[in-house]
Design a protein around this ligand. Structure first.
Ligand SMILES: Cc1cc2nc3c(=O)[nH]c(=O)nc-3n(C[C@H](O)[C@H](O)[C@H](O)COP(=O)(O)OP(=O)(O)OC[C@H]3O[C@@H](n4cnc5c(N)ncnc54)[C@H](O)[C@@H]3O)c2cc1C
Length: 416
């Protein structure tokens, strides 16, 4: 059965035929013994890297090896926020490129990723917070990205249900109107489908358990299908990066922690934007299904358990209720965590490594979903040309040796 372009006509035709004519969105291929590039990790970054390798650089002999199911890691567990309101120019340039790619991604992938640019409001809880926000918003504007300072009254106008006189009263804030949410599963599935259509092999249930090295290079990776070989390898395994990189002889400055989120039962529209409070460590939005999505800080110890701890959960739910007292009566439907990889300056680590043919894409911490299209685009260019794409050159691993840190801790929105 051949796969078809999604369009009004193909969907209408299939509706008439009981949807019996669709081919699977991607194949389940038999692994080849060798590839040009092997991408380890089938999250958004790995899939996007494979897609752009095939599409922009004509490198189609590519495999994505995923230990579970694609998007089963952080890329399918996040709270879907996309924005480009960072402080430093290097970050703004990179994340703005990503947001622009998101703005046309549905067309690019022929897959509706459900981008909703409803605005992201960051709250200030004191005069001093407001001063910092003003500096932040101005830095963003100077870097050419939209950003607007909000008074207390503006915040109330935008979010009528907010409690301005919370324990830490709200003094105002700032907004990026082009910020929003994107359906996370659709991003994973869209990239997987489009990469597969260009010939990329997506191998699920394919755990990489070790590396075969020869002359300072990676020759192959150990998998349930035996050793698979390639010219170049990319690690895109988020919270598992430091453990896997160690097996390739690489020590990385990363800690892995659980970051959790929760959704309530669905209700009628009550939140208009995404509201983020770095002061009380919570952010919240309403999904298209009506659920209230709430996220908070990372757990404060290292862990690989995709659950998260109760005290942190209680803390961010209490903060959400303080900001929006109407939430108090809602039932929680689901709670979960993902394992995020946090670097010392909370910025990503991307590009080449001291191992000649091994590339890394990690350190995304609590904020790498918004970076998926640009991460894939720039990593693919870096791998194809064996030279850092200009947008990710500042995020190279050797910045920790050079002391050229890009400290975006404050822009994370919540503590980690
Ligand atoms: C609760 C939560 C909320 C978040 N909210 C946001 C948000 O609102 N906005 C935002 O921008 N970011 C957010 N993030 C962060 C974002 O989700 C991640 O930074 C991003 O998804 C990372 O993508 P990735 O492809 O690098 O990693 P992942 O999606 O985690 O993919 C890595 C994949 O590697 C696989 N893997 C691991 N080890 C191996 C191995 N040995 N062999 C083969 N495969 C392996 C894993 O199974 C996984 O599927 C959030 C994260 C969490 C957990």
């Amino acid at each position: 059965m051949t796969r078809r372009h999604y369009s009004f006509w193909s969907i209408a035709n299939e509706a008439r035929r009981g949807h019996r004519g669709w081919a699977p969105a991607w194949r389940t291929p038999t692994p080849k013994l060798s590839y040009d590039v092997i991408v380890i990790g089938g999250g958004g970054h790995g899939l996007a890297t494979a897609y752009f390798l095939a599409k922009n650089h004509g490198i189609r002999n590519v495999a994505v090896l995923e230990r579970g199911w694609i998007g089963g890691g952080n890329s399918g567990r996040n709270t879907q926020v996309v924005r480009s309101n960072y402080f430093y120019k290097a970050s703004v340039d990179f994340f703005e490129h990503s947001l622009k790619l998101y703005e046309t991604l549905s067309r690019e992938l022929n897959f509706n990723v459900m981008l909703s640019q409803r605005g992201i409001v960051t709250l200030a809880h004191s005069r001093h917070d407001l001063e910092t926000n003003r500096r932040w918003a101005n830095a963003i504007k100077l870097n050419g990205v939209d950003s607007e300072i909000l008074s207390r009254e503006d915040v109330k106008r935008i979010e009528p249900l907010i409690n301005l006189d919370a324990r830490y009263p709200i003094h105002g804030g700032f907004v990026q109107w082009r910020g929003g949410i994107v359906r996370h599963d659709a991003v994973n599935w869209g990239f997987a489908r489009a990469a597969d259509a260009l010939g990329v092999d997506i191998l699920q249930n394919c755990d990489v358990s070790g590396f075969e090295t020869r002359g300072g290079r990676i020759a192959g990776v150990a998998t349930p299908h035996g050793v698979l070989r390639a010219e170049k390898f990319v690690l895109s395994v988020a919270g598992h990066t430091s453990a896997l990189a160690r097996q390739a002889g690489l020590r990385l400055p990363l800690v892995s922690m659980a970051l959790q989120a929760t959704v309530t039962e669905p209700v009628k529209p009550m939140l208009n934007t995404i509201v983020m409070s770095p002061g009380v460590h919570v952010y919240t939005s309403q999904s298209d299904r009506g659920e209230i999505v709430i996220g908070g800080s990372a757990d404060v110890y290292s862990s690989y358990a995709q659950r998260g701890s109760l005290p942190v959960f209680e803390d961010f739910v209490a903060s959400a209720v303080e900001l929006f007292p109407a939430l108090a009566r809602l039932k929680v439907m689901r709670q979960w965590a993902g394992i995020v990889d946090i670097s010392p300056d909370t910025s990503p680590i991307m590009g080449k490594t001291p191992v000649a043919n091994l590339y890394i894409n990690c350190g995304w911490g609590t904020g790498g979903f918004k970076a998926i299209p640009a991460g894939g685009d720039t990593m693919a260019s870096t791998i194809a040309n064996d030279r850092a794409h200009p947008l990710i050159a500042p995020f190279a691993l050797d910045r920790f040796e050079r002391g050229a840190l890009i400290d975006e801790g404050a822009a994370a929105g919540v503590a980690h």
